[in-house]
Design a protein around this ligand. Structure first.
Ligand code: GAP
Length: 446
C-alpha cells in the first residue's frame, strides 16, 4: 500500500474532518440521518475546488464537451424508459432472528449483485448484528427514493429523486443538437445531486444516500466506440493523477464482468482506489451503446437520430459515460493527503493537499497579536494577498506553533508571519507546510 495508515486511518480522517470543519454527520443536532453528510466551511471549499477542477478539465479546456444543468425532479417516464423502475435493484436479505436487513452481496466475499438465495446461503454468512445465520429469501429492493409532486398524493403524482445525473443529460440531447449543432463526437457534462436509498450506507462518505455526481455522456459514431472508450479512459487517469494529484499506484482498473454490469452497459471499466479500508470503486466508465437514446425515442415518440453533416447518414449515436462521485473523490483526496510525521521532536497531523485544492493558499499572522505595529503590517500583507489570490486566511490565535499545527491540519501550503524584522527590512517569514522549513522573502515575491 502506498499510504502509511491502517484500519484506523479512516477514523483519523473522520476525526480531523469533524475537528476542523470539513465534514459533519447530516442533521447531527437531531441525532443524525444515516447516509447523509454536511460539509462545513473547509469541506465545501475542498468540494467546490474538486468540482471546479473537473469542470475546467473536461468542459472549459475541451472544445467537444458542453455543460448542462437539468432539474432533479424529472417526469417519471424518464425512469421507466431508463430501466431504473424495473432494474435499479439491490439484493435485500433479512435476518429472521433479529430482523436486521442487509445487502446480501456485501455479507460475504465473491458475491455479485445478482446473487441468488441459494448462492448466498451456501456462503454460511452470519448476521452482522446478532451473529446468527438464519436468513429469509433474497428480495429485489429498488433504490430510488419516491415522492409526490403537487397537492394530491396518489399513483399519478409519483416522482423520483434522480438516482443518476445522466438522465438529465440524455433527455436534453435533442435540445442541444437542435440549438448548438455540435458535430460527433461530442459530450454533455453535468454535476449535481443524486439520491439512492442504499440498504447499508457505509465507509464514511463512500456510500451515501445523497451524493453528488459528475458525469459526461460522450456521443460517438457507433463504429468508433472502442477508440473513444480508450481515449476517455486515458483522460480519466490524466485528470485523477495529474490534476487532482492522486498517486498513480493507488489507482487500479477493473474490467467489470458481464453479470455485474449495469443493465445499460456493454462494457464497464471501474477505476478503483486504495482507500484506507481497502480497494473500492472510485468511478466507472461505461459503454452505454444507444440504450438510453433509443428508449427515450420509444417512450417519447420523438426521434433521437443524428444526421451527419458531411455524409448525410442518419443514425442514433452511441455513448461512452465516465461517472464519478464527488464524495468518493474527496475521500480519495483526503486519504492521499493525510499524514502524520515528526516536526521539532513532536508528532503532527498534516494534510498534504495539492495547492489547487487546499481551502486556503496562505495563512497570514502577526508574530504577536498585542503589538499594534505588527498587526497593522500583517493586515496590509493579508489584504494584498487576498486581493491577489482570494483564498487567504488570517490567524492570530494562540502561539505561532499552534497556528502552524492548525494550518498543517487544514492543508494550507504556506504560512506567512510578520515579525519585527519585517518592520526593519520589509521581509516576511514563509513557512512551508510539507517541509516545515522557513525562508524570508519580500511579500511581493510570494
Ligand atoms: N450514470 C451511471 C452511474 O450512476 P454508478 O456506477 O451507479 O453509475 C457512478 O455510479 C459513480 O457514482 C460511482 O462510481 C461512485 O463514484 C458514485 N456513486 C454511486 N453511488 C454512490 C453512493 N451511494 N454514494 C456515493 N457515491 C456514489
Amino acid at each position: 500500500m502506498w499510504y502509511n495508515g491502517g484500519m484506523s486511518k479512516t477514523e483519523d480522517i473522520v476525526s480531523l474532518c469533524k475537528r476542523r470543519g470539513f465534514i459533519f454527520p447530516g442533521s447531527e443536532v437531531y441525532g443524525g440521518m444515516a447516509g447523509t453528510w454536511d460539509f462545513g466551511p473547509l469541506g465545501v471549499s475542498l468540494k467546490r475546488k474538486i468540482m471546479d477542477a473537473w469542470w475546467k478539465y473536461f468542459v472549459e479546456d475541451r472544445e467537444d464537451i458542453y455543460g448542462v444543468d437539468a432539474a432533479i425532479l424529472m417526469n417519471p417516464r424518464t425512469w421507466v424508459a431508463s430501466g431504473h423502475v424495473d432494474t435499479f435493484n439491490d439484493p435485500l436479505v433479512e435476518c429472521k432472528s433479529c430482523h436486521g436487513r442487509f445487502r446480501a452481496d456485501k455479507l460475504a466475499d465473491g458475491l455479485s449483485e445478482s446473487v441468488t438465495t441459494e448462492e448466498f446461503l451456501a456462503t454460511g454468512a452470519k448476521c452482522p448484528t446478532c451473529g446468527k445465520s438464519d436468513w429469509g429469501e433474497i428480495r429485489k429492493f429498488n433504490m430510488m427514493f419516491s415522492t409526490h409532486v403537487g397537492p394530491v398524493s396518489d399513483d399519478k403524482s409519483i416522482a423520483y429523486l434522480r438516482p443518476e445525473t445522466a438522465q438529465g443529460i440524455f433527455t436534453n440531447y435533442k435540445n442541444v443538437v437542435d440549438t448548438i449543432y455540435p458535430s460527433l463526437p461530442f459530450g454533455l457534462a453535468q454535476q449535481g445531486k443524486a439520491f439512492r436509498n442504499e440498504i447499508s450506507p457505509r465507509d464514511y462518505i463512500l456510500r451515501d444516500r445523497e451524493c453528488s455526481q459528475m458525469e459526461i455522456e460522450y456521443f460517438v459514431e457507433p463504429t468508433t466506440w472502442e477508440e473513444n472508450f480508450e481515449k476517455m479512459l486515458k483522460a480519466q487517469h490524466d485528470f485523477l493523477e495529474n490534476v487532482i494529484g492522486l498517486p498513480a499506484d493507488a489507482i487500479h482498473e477493473e474490467e467489470v464482468a458481464p453479470e455485474d454490469r449495469a443493465h445499460y452497459s456493454k462494457r464497464t471499466v471501474d477505476i478503483e482506489f486504495d482507500y484506507p479500508n481497502g480497494r473500492e470503486e472510485l468511478m466507472g466508465l461505461a459503454y452505454r451503446t444507444d440504450f438510453d437514446l433509443t428508449n427515450i425515442a420509444r417512450e417519447s415518440g420523438k426521434s433521437m437520430e443524428y444526421r451527419d453533416k458531411n455524409t448525410g447518414e442518419v443514425f442514433v449515436p452511441h455513448v461512452i459515460e465516465p461517472s464519478i462521485g464527488v464524495e468518493r473523490l474527496m475521500l480519495a483526496v483526503l486519504s492521499a493527503a493525510y499524514a502524520e510525521d515528526e516536526v521539532d521532536g513532536s508528532t503532527r497531523v498534516v494534510l498534504r493537499l495539492p495547492e489547487l485544492l487546499a481551502p486556503y493558499k496562505f495563512c497570514v499572522s502577526p508574530l504577536l497579536k498585542n503589538k499594534p505595529e505588527l498587526v497593522a503590517k500583517a493586515q496590509e500583507v493579508y489584504r494584498d494577498l487576498r486581493a491577489k489570490y482570494g483564498n487567504v486566511t488570517w490567524d492570530d490565535s494562540g502561539n505561532i506553533g499552534k497556528r502552524y499545527r492548525k494550518q498543517d491540519e487544514i492543508g494550507t501550503p504556506k504560512c506567512v508571519v510578520i515579525d519585527f524584522d519585517t518592520l526593519e527590512d520589509g521581509t516576511v517569514t514563509v513557512r512551508d507546510r510539507d517541509t516545515a522549513k522557513q525562508v524570508r522573502v519580500k511579500p511581493e515575491e510570494l
